[in-house]
Design a protein around this ligand. Structure first.
Ligand code: SAM
Length: 273
């Protein structure tokens, strides 16, 4: 399949799926490959024929939507963000929980891919915060719409490239090498619950002190879907809690009581007043 045919197809199809072409522009190869495979499975000559097919087969929009998730991730993705989480934000939340005599903090990672993001959070908690707050536990809920990603997350074994941003000392203490991969030791997998969920349709129950929604909603979905999802996220974020979005993302226009986290220049970190 020609790249230009795929681009033309995506520019036509993405707005109809409430998605944004600019989010896909640089990473489209992953989706183009799946579209190519889908065309072959349907016996179609290419994206133009697929477009005609979609016009006559409205049921095909659902399988097409499932071809769109971009699943790129890595441990400690965006150093400035995880440095801030580990050194400032998590200790702040822990101190606040301690003052309230609370025993739990709850964090939500939406679009968690193969677990890189929630496990990085767990490691940041373990190495930066837990030694000072033994009486408080961090419970993490992590969701993704793609079941294969969650299967990989539960296995928690990664190619070396996924760990390249992780502090070296964390890698050696938290992972063991197994058959050319790095597998997270059992102690670091505890306290994390993985749930298959489409963020456009549902969110885990309960309220959360920290929500990570990075490199998903505010990159790939259109303004209307971003706004609706943000409103839903705010129903799950506790007062004083933090919402973290991707470094290159911006929030839609109505931000419902969120302010940039006081005292930080790191982009994409907000506090709920
Ligand atoms: C680009 S990755 C980002 C992973 C991680 N948050 C990060 O920043 O490294 C986006 C993830 O969101 C998932 N995803 C895509 N659409 C979704 C949806 N509608 N609901 C939940 N997860 C979704 C993808 O499967 C993928 O694992």
């Amino acid at each position: 399949m020609q790249d230009s045919d795929c681009v033309e197809f995506l520019q036509w199809v993405l707005p109809r799926l409430h998605r944004r072409w600019p989010g896909f522009r640089k990473v489209r190869a992953q989706v183009c490959k799946r579209i190519d495979r889908r065309c072959k499975a349907l016996g179609l000559a290419g994206p133009r024929a697929y477009r005609d097919y979609l016009e006559g087969h409205p049921d095909e929009w659902e399988p097409l939507d499932r071809l769109c998730p971009i699943t790129i991730s890595s441990f400690y993705r965006d150093k400035a963000v995880f440095d801030f989480l580990g050194c400032t934000l998590l200790p702040h939340l822990a101190r606040d929980a301690h003052e309230r005599a609370a025993e739990d903090l709850r964090a939500l990672s939406i679009g968690c891919a193969s677990g890189e993001e929630p496990y990085t959070l767990k490691l940041a908690w373990h190495f930066h915060v837990a030694p000072d707050y033994r009486q408080i536990s961090l419970h993490i809920v992590a969701t993704d719409v793609v079941s294969e990603m969650l299967e990989r997350a539960r296995k928690a074994c990664y190619p070396p490239g996924s760990l390249k941003w992780l502090p070296e000392a964390w890698r050696t203490q938290a992972f063991e090498p197994v058959a050319g991969k790095y597998c997270l030791r059992a102690a670091f997998r505890q306290g994390i619950e993985f749930i298959q969920q489409d963020v456009r349709a549902a969110l885990p129950e309960g309220s959360f002190n920290l929500i990570l929604c990075r490199n998903l909603v505010f990159t790939y979905f259109d303004e209307g879907t971003q706004q609706q999802t943000l409103e839903q996220l705010l129903t799950r974020l506790s007062t004083g809690g933090a919402l973290v979005i991707g470094r290159h993302e911006t929030l839609p226009s109505r931000t419902g009581g969120l302010i940039p986290w006081p005292g930080t220049k790191t982009r994409g970190i907000f506090q709920r007043r």
